[in-house]
Design a protein around this ligand. Structure first.
Ligand SMILES: [Zn+2]
Ligand SMILES: [Zn+2]
Length: 278
């Protein structure tokens, strides 16, 4: 119990720090309007906070899941690059190589999450009508396991140690909070180098032209390569969310994928019944 409370206190301290940092950045970018948190934004923030505390494994995800997933990788007997292969490679290059391989894998995992059966798990992340830095925390635990697996499997294959994988997770986590923040930054001449808040806001846009675009988490080059790049400019006023937005509360969000999967099964059963009756 004490560990649980200490964990929550730690998370609250981290989130308070992130709130200060992103509020200052938003203030510098958008002026006093950034200090106004309307009721809908407060509701979103509470829902995201509860999700991160009680169902999403974000934050603690890496500490909780890295070790068992790495053991699972070894158990499967999958190949591992000899760790000595990295001996003469500078740490920054090694980290960059790991992030490129991870982001390439996640690009395709993310594309799969946008397909019919997997979509309900990912739709929770897309359902935030008030995209802000905490929205990254809005991830259903069923998809979080898949994303953590992607990180651990790609890093394990490259011969990385657990603490190195945790370090990568930290870099990725901070960047993810940043790209979800309410900043209309596109990184100027570096826009194709690193994913910006504007690029990712278009991924969340509830606009037909932006559907199934901008899957990369870190490097937009993958969207350029595979024809899914979309950034027509400012996204700060674009509506975010999904067509069938579930209510913006913790319980509805947690149950949403299960409700959708049950609906899919019922529809499939009905279709089979009708086909049998013909
Ligand atoms: Zn998505
Ligand atoms: Zn997102």
């Amino acid at each position: 119990m004490q560990d649980f409370l200490a964990g929550i206190a730690w998370q609250v301290a981290v989130l308070a720090g992130l709130t200060i940092v992103f509020t200052v950045l938003a203030f510098l970018s958008r002026g006093r309007a950034a200090l106004h948190w309307p009721k809908s934004l407060r509701q979103s923030a509470i829902t995201n906070f509860l999700i991160v505390q009680f169902t999403s494994l974000n934050g603690a995800m890496y500490l909780v899941l890295i070790a068992p997933l790495a053991v699972f990788y070894t158990w499967l007997g999958l190949p591992v690059l000899d760790a000595a292969a990295w001996d003469s490679v500078p740490l920054a290059v090694k980290a960059l190589a790991a992030l490129v391989v991870y982001d390439f894998s996640l690009y395709w995992v993310h594309r799969m999450l946008h397909t019919s059966v997997l979509w309900p798990a990912h739709a929770v992340h897309h359902s935030d009508p008030e995209l802000h830095f905490l929205s990254w925390s809005r991830g259903h635990f069923t998809e979080q396991v898949v994303i953590a697996g992607c990180l651990v499997f790609t890093s394990s294959w490259m011969g990385f140690r657990l603490e190195e994988i945790a370090g990568l997770a930290l870099i990725k986590g901070l960047h993810q909070h940043y790209v979800h923040s309410k900043l209309d930054w596109d990184h100027g001449i570096f826009r194709d180098l690193i994913v910006s808040p504007q690029f990712h806001r278009w991924h969340h846009a509830n606009v037909a032209e932006a559907y199934d675009k901008n899957f990369a988490s870190i490097f937009p080059v993958f969207d350029r390569m595979f024809g899914t790049y979309y950034n027509p400019g400012s996204a700060i006023d674009v509506q975010t969310g999904i067509a069938d937005n579930p209510a913006n509360d913790f319980l509805t969000q947690t149950l949403y994928p299960f409700r959708k999967w049950a609906e899919m099964l019922r529809a499939r059963g009905k279709a089979q019944e009708q086909a049998g009756a013909l």
